[in-house]
Write a protein that binds this ligand. Structure first.
Ligand SMILES: O=C(O)CCC(=O)C(=O)O
Length: 357
């Protein structure tokens, strides 16, 4: 799904060149090594399509961009005239809805039996967000019996049973060598979680034998409602799985095609939360020059039919400009949301919902 088999060849493609053009560079430090903190390079963003600006201008649209508003949907929908099956719904979610899905993405979505990128290292981790809010630390424990649940839940592919538990800082044994990680650090290291049918990244497929819950009803209802512009009227969209991507300041998602689902007439419903990013929509090969567009918190993108065959990716997250998330910042100002606010100020979350069969 992700990456390219031959990096040297990939460098020569139009998609790779666009990724390089937009990605955030870390200038070398005095010793010639990349700095650990990214410094924005600015870059020319004049060709990046800004659907919010087009909506606000309410004028003639640039060549190649059209409106695909559909009866009864009640929201503006944009599309590219030469890229059928791709739909952009700017500001599809209210600030309240965005806050709700950000909280869910950090609290319930990474809960077992859902798997995350941390599962392979630590086994199943319950209540990570609560542990982070309480400044707890995950430590390896000796006694396997004390972590029965952890072992039982860790039955997924490519993982060994692990025995870890959260402890208070005061419980940490001074000088004792054991594997440990602060819960706050682990939240920052979260890269993906999978809901519903579990996607197995090593096999690039859905592994239906892995324990899983149905995707949450509220998410399925939202996805069905938002899928309408991309759905033929006689068909029904049945959300069966979702991949949640968590992006830190210098993270990017390389160009790829999502091709593991059976029926490509059904859309991928892709929700953006938190910091703004650049999304690249390319062609059926990496040789076609991709179109760059801004995705902001609350925007939803649909990819169905022919658009399912197009390379796409996220080369850049904007954490330096918080203007775009000012509504979120004021909504998340309560004491209970403090950790989430700090997180989302320099992160982006994407929830993409799919029908697998
Ligand atoms: O983060 C995004 O907006 C895109 C995510 C995506 O393409 C994927 O998970 O396949």
């Amino acid at each position: 799904m992700y990456g390219s088999p031959d990096p040297a060849a990939a460098e020569r493609t139009a998609f790779r060149r666009a990724e390089k053009q937009y990605k955030l560079y870390k200038p070398p430090n005095a010793k010639g090594r990349a700095r650990t903190r990214s410094t924005p390079t600015g870059g020319d963003l004049s060709a990046v399509v800004d659907f919010h600006a087009l909506l606000a201008a309410d004028g003639e649209l640039p060549a190649g961009i059209g409106r695909c508003d559909c009866a009864g949907f009640g929201r503006p929908v944009f599309c590219f005239l030469d890229r059928p099956g791709f739909y952009f719904i700017p500001g599809a979610l209210s600030t309240d809805e965005q806050c709700y899905w950000i909280r869910e993405s950090l609290s319930t979505f990474p809960q077992p039996p859902n798997r995350t990128n941390l599962t392979a290292i630590y086994g199943s981790i319950s209540d990570l967000l609560i542990a982070a809010k309480n400044q707890k630390t995950l430590v390896e424990v000796d006694n396997p019996d004390s972590q029965e649940t952890n072992q039982q839940n860790n039955s997924g592919a490519n993982t060994q049973p692990k025995n870890f538990k959260f402890v208070e800082e005061s419980e940490l044994q001074k000088g004792e060598v054991c594997r440990s990680a602060a819960a706050t650090t682990l939240v920052r290291k979260l890269r993906w979680s999978t809901l519903g049918l579990q996607f197995d990244w090593s096999k690039r497929n859905y592994n239906v034998s892995l324990p899983h819950n149905k995707i949450p009803d509220a998410l399925a209802i939202l996805a069905k409602k938002m899928a309408i512009p991309a759905m033929p009227s006689e068909k029904e969209f049945k959300p069966e799985a979702a991949i949640v991507n968590y992006y830190g300041p210098s993270d990017m998602l390389g160009g790829h095609v999502d091709d593991m689902e059976k029926d490509w007439t059904k859309p991928i419903v892709s929700i953006s939360l938190g910091c703004k990013c650049i999304f690249l929509l390319g062609g059926k090969t990496r040789d076609e020059v991709p179109t760059a567009m801004f995705l902001r918190s609350g925007d939803i993108v649909l990819m169905a039919g022919e658009a399912r065959e197009r390379f796409h990716g996220v080369p850049r997250i904007f954490t330096e400009d918080q203007q775009d998330i000012s509504a979120l910042v004021s909504q998340l100002s309560g004491e209970d949301d403090r950790f989430i606010l700090d997180y989302i100020k320099n992160s982006r979350i994407n929830i993409n919902i799919r029908q697998v069969y």
